[in-house]
Design a protein around this ligand. Structure first.
Ligand code: HGY
Ligand code: MN
Ligand code: MN
Length: 413
């Protein structure tokens, strides 16, 4: 039996309340640094303060709520995730980890339980990386993994990161102050929806995450020749969008048929001037490869460059491959997995080991602290879409295990 019971209706109420902030008829739009994201952050800070947490915003814009332990010389145990969403996203991705962490603190407060370790609840900013094509910005800032390209990044409208971080209370000129050293955190635990189909299929309420996927993100720019759609003979065209479209299919085959890496996705495509009576002179596609094996990602990049070189010759276009970012795959250590399994068993819940096909802040924080992740089922495995859904019971199960995991770690480290 768990030592304390979390409040199931309260956690689901906060999830729904947060889920109304940035909600649109097509899904959630709390894209990092947007007014909708800021509304979600303000709500989160309010909840943290109501739970008795001392809140601050670090130079990267991460929200950190702290609760003293009985021995404040011990390193803090951190719980967290993110409240930013992809465009037209769902209500549970990231939100469950932050709202769940706050629910854990509220339960400890109500029970008058003081942990030995100080506790921190962290809402990492810009986990999704929708803007600037660079993800895990807040957690990589805290973990010393930010690179110069991150600082120099411009978004699709040519805006730089600095003013965006200032809008959420951070300060790019002081970004180095956000870095935490190894040893400052005793551990970091992240509760998250699975975002895939396996727990929903197996019926197990809890996933013990065994590792987090690696990811490689690219942009491909294609330069052809704009011309009149009505007068230009087919044989003389240099159509950038036709070339891009062939690449889209070949990139999909790299995973689906050639099995070079686990998954390959072209998520964005642009045609310029984007007018039906103009042969597109310019086109661009945004794509990513994922695999837990970094050599598979390297092989995928090599094949991408091979097929784009070939396309340039075949289609008489100029092609530029821009490498946005490689994120390393991160294993979860056996002892951390065992602690999550024990917490699930103490709560009387079945569990199964599960690799994460999605990226998470935990894979950045692993650079400075031991990390563990808890998954709960996503109905039909849907995520990053308005249909993303986890039942109130599954959400509460995850928070209950998060509380037990925290208490086990507090007792033993
Ligand atoms: O894209 C991902 O894997 C995560 O949801 N940010
Ligand atoms: Mn997420
Ligand atoms: Mn996501």
């Amino acid at each position: 039996m768990p030592r304390y019971s979390i409040n199931e209706s309260r956690i689901n109420q906060t999830l729904q309340e947060l889920g109304h902030l940035g909600e649109s008829p097509e899904g959630m739009d709390r894209v990092a640094y947007s007014p909708e994201d800021i509304a979600g952050r303000d709500y989160t800070i309010k909840l943290m303060q109501e739970a008795g947490l001392e809140t601050r915003i670090d130079a990267a814009g991460n929200i950190i709520g702290r609760r003293a332990g009985s021995d404040d010389n011990l390193p803090a145990i951190a719980l967290g995730s993110h409240t930013d969403t992809v465009p037209k996203g769902g209500k549970y991705d990231g939100a469950l980890g932050v709202m769940g962490a706050i629910e854990v603190i509220r339960t400890l407060e109500e029970q008058g339980h003081r942990t030995r370790h100080p506790l921190e609840v962290i809402d990492f900013t810009n986990e999704e990386g929708t803007r600037f094509h660079r993800w895990l910005v807040g957690s990589r800032s805290m973990s010393g993994l930010l690179e110069q390209e991150d600082l120099d990044a411009l978004d699709d409208d040519g805006l730089s990161l600095g003013p965006c971080i200032a809008d959420i209370g951070g300060d790019l000129s002081r970004i180095g102050e956000a870095v935490r050293s190894p040893g400052e955190l005793a551990a970091y635990f992240e509760l998250h929806i699975e975002q895939g189909p396996y727990l929903h299929q197996s019926g197990n309420p809890i996933g013990v995450v065994t590792g987090i996927t690696g990811r490689a993100v690219f942009e491909v720019e294609i330069e052809g020749k704009a011309n009149h759609a009505g007068t230009t003979p087919m044989s003389t065209r240099r159509d950038a969008l036709v070339s891009a479209s062939k690449l889209v299919l070949n990139i999909q085959k790299m995973a689906a048929e050639q099995e070079i890496c686990r998954v390959s996705t072209v998520g964005s495509i642009k045609a310029i001037p984007n007018a039906v009576n103009v042969i597109p002179g310019h086109a661009s596609i945004g794509l990513e490869f994922r695999d837990t094996d970094m050599e598979a990602l390297a092989a995928a990049e090599q094949e991408l460059r091979r097929i784009t070189d070939q396309a340039a010759v075949d289609d008489i276009v100029d092609i530029d491959v821009i490498r946005h970012r490689f994120t390393s795959a991160v294993p979860i250590t056996a002892d951390m997995q065992a602690l999550v399994a024990e917490a699930a068993e103490n709560c009387g819940m079945a569990w199964e080991p599960l690799a994460s096909g999605a990226g998470h802040d935990a894979q950045a924080v692993a650079n400075i602290a031991p990390v563990a992740m808890i998954f709960v089922p996503s109905i039909d495995g849907i995520s990053h879409a308005i249909e993303e859904y986890s039942t109130p019971q599954d959400c509460a199960n995850g928070v209950q295990v998060l509380l037990e995991l925290l208490l086990l770690a507090d007792d033993r480290s």
